[in-house]
Ligand binder design. Structure first.
Ligand SMILES: [Mn+2]
Length: 292
């Protein structure tokens, strides 16, 4: 590589994949493999999440490598491993390729950190990771507990139902404000822990307590529509009355010292440089990495 030249459009502060190899074997700390999944074929309203990884990477260059509130320089080791080859229009083939690639990342010793893509892409990731003993912390405006959506089993709108079928230890949903009555009943019957957006606004202490109380492995999935459309308009299905970026930051920072075995940020459908949605999404990834 040239001294004054950098590779274009890797995620900011990520390390060069060619130097990965042996570091991982001797490292006690988690080392993250960042992966993009440019796929939005299950989108039902505002499509464009296939540009999520591209715009997320672009937005990442807007940030400092120092976190003011944590008084900490970014120390996490993470490699940008590029994008999965998706098959537009074909969830099943894409699903296989995502699952295969995430398994590869795990076998090499990296913890997967994935940029969607519409939310359906979380399913193959959680299939690739063993989430049996894991708590799934799910940030979203929607519960995504439908068994089918428009006759389809696999969709952004059914993804948490499919993940629930993988039998994780517990699911904690945060930021919920939109759901069908069937999904509410399902969540009650199955003892899903749910915090609405109002709970975050009015009883943040309880939400933080729940996150703090989580023990064992954790999988985190962030549908960026958990934020209010004022802060994240470029998402598949915007829902008013959501979290603000400081509330989401407070919650993400509560993941400190948790054994996070996988993390994804989905539904970012930004289509232009400087879009507020991809900027907030890149911040979620960086806030999480600052904790390492
Ligand atoms: Mn959602």
């Amino acid at each position: 590589m040239l001294f004054y030249a950098d590779k274009a459009l890797k995620f900011a502060f990520s390390k060069d994949l060619e130097t990965a190899g042996e570091t991982i074997l001797n490292n006690q700390e988690k080392v993250f493999g960042l992966l993009g999944v440019p796929f939005d074929s299950t989108s039902t309203y505002q499509s464009g999440a296939r540009f999520g990884p591209l715009l997320l990477r672009e937005s990442s260059y807007n940030f400092e490598n120092y976190h003011l509130y944590l008084d900490k320089v970014l120390e996490a080791t993470f490699y940008d491993m590029g994008d999965v080859q998706t098959v537009p229009g074909n969830f099943h083939k894409t699903c296989k390729q995502v699952e295969f690639t995430v398994k590869e990342i795990i076998e090499k010793g990296y913890t997967p950190l994935v940029m969607g893509g519409d939310h359906s892409i979380s399913y193959p990731i959680t299939r690739a990771i063993d989430i049996h003993n894991a708590t799934v912390i799910h940030f979203d405006a929607h519960t995504d507990f439908r068994d089918e959506y428009a006759g389809e089993k696999y969709s952004h709108a059914t993804v948490m139902r499919r993940i629930w079928e993988l039998n994780p230890r517990e699911i904690i949903q945060i930021g919920i404000r939109s759901s069908s009555s069937e999904e509410v009943k399902f969540a009650r019957d199955e003892d899903i822990v749910q915090f609405t957006a109002r709970d975050v606004k009015n009883e943040m202490k309880n939400v933080l307590k729940a996150v703090e109380g989580v023990e064992g492995p954790v999988y985190v999935t962030v549908d960026l529509d958990v934020l209010d459309p004022a802060y994240a308009p470029s998402v598949g299905t915007p829902a008013p009355g959501g979290l603000d970026p400081l509330e989401l930051e407070t919650l993400i920072l509560k993941l400190k010292n948790k054994d996070v075995i996988g993390f994804d940020v989905a539904e970012v459908s930004s289509s232009s440089v400087g879009d507020i949605t991809s900027i907030n999404a890149a911040k979620v990834i960086l806030d999480f990495l600052f904790l390492q």
